[in-house]
Ligand binder design. Structure first.
Ligand code: ADP
Length: 547
């Protein structure tokens, strides 16, 4: 017997329609590429998205057409986020920080027919155009008067397209399983792979973002969206923001510590999300200008740290400087990305300081919608004791089942997606990522977590950023080498840094050597590029290596 409830599909357009009807005046603030601040609202975004859908239809966009973007976090990009899926097409957000060859590959592989770009990517578009023959229309996200002249490329101005379009568009009632957006993984190994989200997965994911034990997003939040719209749908926040009617503050291209601080203060943001690198930049700015800044003007209550392990020092600083609760979250492009979220349980009530930070340092617990499990080398599930670690797998309605354009399934017979992460799960269900499977250091049959050593190094006051890689060792196969980038003006030698690890980790896990470097390489999503480092230090001779 079927239930007798209304069978209304879960569609991206319904999120926007709700925000437009019930949160019309709630603000959307953007810093534009030309430096101006633009103020809009959910009401305006809703109205302009309808014009945009008509404009896209006039360009030949139909059901399932891929529309690509090379764009920062601005109101125009947000309009594309709703208009393109809303009309039944697929929004493909391209990460502009990738290498040109990868960008060309991704645009071509996705089959993008329209490509919308911010003015700062005009040179990139010039280089891409001859390599992306499937793109029929290039749209610059600007006014007519700002339209860039790109030799050999006919460019349309976004605002002119909107001006010429009819104001009303009826969002079609689509199948909720229809594809809505497409994001490629960074492809740290092999070619990038496309994760194709559906309307249903997107809307369900929003409920997790808005749930109290999820990200707890609500109408009264003013959200500083530091995580780029070109990275995993900005962790789903644009959609969740529409669901709950939050104010969104979009920082455009400037993610410097100073710009983030200013926006957070001026727009009274109480919630923000970003990768650790961005937060390190924010605290660097604060430490350098401590005398002139009045931190009591910052209203931050919660901040999400994800994308890579949150160093303890960051969690402590958010608490000490702003009284803000750092939510440590784990996920990946293939998991929507929200997978596990670090909120407290009843037994943590009243915990403060170090004891609470211990809980926050774990990468969170499974939220309803994403089932997780760890598996040993024999393929059997491991105990949830916080000690046993194994391959982390996930399954659920917003976890990938396959990749765009690839025939093979991405899940095993039991429906699990293998994440490539190695983790522990404790008795309360909190996970701890001990490493990427390929970054773990295999020392004489034991595994050493590079992430744990990096977190300890970053806790040293002289250290800006740290990376630990395994280098070949004749006795132990592999031993950890610590690479550190010091804070400006800081000085410390190798012995003092090695001594810093004493008592913080088992002696056999301590790094064998330290190299102080001017900078560390990052991937296009701001993560440490360990592969490059491993190549660079291949053949490095550790002082502990026997002659
Ligand atoms: P990409 O592969 O494009 O860099 P993803 O965002 O898909 O980007 O990366 C997902 C990976 O990031 C995870 O598999 C994991 O290795 C790492 N990661 C994400 N969050 C955390 C976290 N809280 N702690 C440790 N690693 C994390």
């Amino acid at each position: 017997m079927h239930g007798l409830m209304q069978n209304r599909p879960l569609l991206v357009s319904s999120l926007l329609t709700h925000a437009q009807r019930f949160h019309a005046r709630r603000e959307i603030v953007s810093l534009l590429v030309d430096g101006r601040t633009h103020r809009s609202s959910w009401g305006e975004i809703g109205a302009r998205a309808q014009r945009l859908a008509n404009a896209m239809a006039a360009l030949g966009v139909v059901d399932s057409t891929r529309v690509g973007t090379l764009a920062w976090n601005t109101h125009r990009h947000l309009e594309l986020y709703f208009a393109v899926p809303g009309m039944g097409a697929v929004l493909h957000t391209v990460n502009p920080r990738l290498h040109l060859d990868q960008i060309a590959y991704i645009i071509d592989h996705a089959g993008d027919e329209v490509l919308c770009f911010d003015l700062s990517f005009s040179d990139l578009v010039q280089a891409l155009a001859p390599r992306c023959p499937k793109v029929k229309t290039w749209v610059a996200l600007c006014d007519e008067s700002q339209t860039p002249q790109i030799p050999g490329v006919a460019v349309r101005a976004y605002e002119s397209l909107l001006d010429a379009a009819a104001p009303h568009f009826d969002w079609p009632v689509l199948d909720e399983q229809q594809a809505s957006s497409l994001c490629y993984t960074s492809g740290t190994t092999g070619n990038p792979k496309g994760v194709l989200y559906s309307h249903r997965s997107t809307v369900l994911h929003c409920f997790a973002a808005c749930a109290a034990d999820g990200l707890g997003m609500a109408a009264r939040d003013s959200v500083l969206l530091v995580v780029p719209l070109f990275h995993v749908n900005a962790w789903g926040v644009p959609f969740a923001g529409a669901m709950c009617g939050a104010k969104l503050v979009l920082p455009g291209p400037n993610l410097s510590g100073e710009a983030i601080y200013r926006l957070m203060r001026d727009e009274r943001c109480n919630f923000s999300l970003g990768v650790p690198t961005v937060w390190l930049g924010l605290f660097d700015h604060i430490e350098r200008h401590r005398e002139s800044l009045d931190l009591s003007q910052i209203r931050l209550e919660r901040v999400v740290i994800g994308g890579s392990a949150a160093p303890r020092a960051l969690i402590e600083k958010f608490d000490a400087l702003f009284g803000a609760f750092a939510i440590h979250a784990w996920g990946m492009t293939e998991t929507g990305p929200l997978g596990t979220i670090g909120r407290l349980l009843a037994q943590h009530e009243g915990l403060s300081g170090a004891a609470r930070h211990d809980v926050q340092c774990k990468a969170g617990r499974a939220i309803y919608g994403v089932d997780i499990e760890i598996f040993g080398p024999d393929g059997k599930p491991l105990p949830h004791d916080g000690v046993a670690f194994g391959e982390l797998r996930a399954r659920g309605p917003w976890v990938a089942a396959g990749y765009f354009g690839l025939d093979a399934s991405a899940v095993d017979a039991d429906g699990w997606f293998t994440t490539g992460d190695v983790a522990t799960v404790d008795a309360d269900g909190y996970i701890q990522i001990t490493d990427r499977a390929k970054d773990v250091i295999k020392s004489g049959g034991e595994w050493i977590s590079s992430i744990e050593l990096e977190n300890i190094a970053v806790g040293h006051p002289a250290v800006q950023e740290a990376a630990v890689i395994g280098v070949a060792h004749r006795r132990w196969q592999e031993r950890p080498l610590l690479l550190v980038h010091l804070k400006p003006g800081a000085r410390i030698d190798r012995e003092a840094l090695l001594a810093w690890f004493e008592g913080k980790v088992a002696s056999w896990c301590r790094p064998d050597d330290v190299v102080i470097v001017d900078s560390l390489p990052h991937t296009a999503t701001g993560k440490l590029q360990k592969r490059t480092l491993r190549e660079q230090y291949q053949g490095y001779r550790l002082p502990t290596d026997p002659d």
